[in-house]
Design a protein around this ligand. Sequence first.
Ligand SMILES: [Zn+2]
Length: 103
Amino acid sequence: MKLETPEGEKTDQPAAARANRVRASVSDLRKWLRLQAAKTGATVVEIPSKDTTRACWKCAHVNRSSAPGTLVWTCESCGERWDQDENAARNIRTATCAKGKRP
Ligand SMILES: [Zn+2]
């Protein structure tokens, strides 16, 4: 399988080099996603990450930071309990739909 750089070039990098590609920057990932979307006609919707973890998916209250490493939060406003990653995914889905796009 040939890899493709963000610039759209094909490469035959060895496995060790490909493993290092996982450490690409976020800007490289965004560039690659835009390139692939343009090729396939897909749409890339960018959602700001601010408060996606702390804002309650149920009531939208932005909770204060919890102790580092806390994965399960209880909303200070409505009492809903959620996993921070699942909560962020729900908030991103909601923001995507608010832009008139399908997640
Ligand atoms: Zn809440």
